[in-house]
Design a protein around this ligand. Structure first.
Ligand code: HEC
Length: 88
């Protein structure tokens, strides 16, 4: 499924700021200007959208589950990360 610009922008703003705590605090993702090093470098991992969704919904290791995010928000983050990871 090709993500449209609105979805990508929503995903990016959730990644960098709106998710609590923001993904960018812990992860490196060049497209988002993020250089966190607590979790894996997502540009190197290049996770599928399904893999991002599983991590965000359920949490993994010290990464918390993001229970406050809506379906739409989780899907936007997942589309965004899987689209841009490793692209820069
Ligand atoms: C508090 C730090 C922290 C935050 C915030 C965080 N993560 Fe993580 N994330 C981690 C750590 C640590 C791991 C590795 C966990 C492990 O494998 O034990 C991880 C793993 C992942 C993985 C790989 C999962 C896998 O299958 O191996 C993805 C994808 C991911 N995070 C995406 C995100 C996204 C998207 C957000 C924002 C909604 C986010 N993370 C927020 C720390 C964080």
């Amino acid at each position: 499924m090709a993500a449209d610009q609105t979805t990508l922008q929503l995903g990016r703003s959730l990644f960098t700021a709106e998710a609590s705590p923001p993904c960018a605090v812990c992860h490196t993702l060049a497209d988002a200007g993020a250089s966190g090093s607590v979790g894996p470098d997502l540009d190197a991992l290049k996770p599928s959208a399904e893999r991002v969704t599983a991590a965000v919904r359920g949490g993994i290791g010290v990464m918390p589950a993001f229970e406050a995010l809506t379906e739409e928000q989780v899907s936007a983050i997942s589309e965004y990360v899987s689209m841009v990871a490793g692209s820069r």
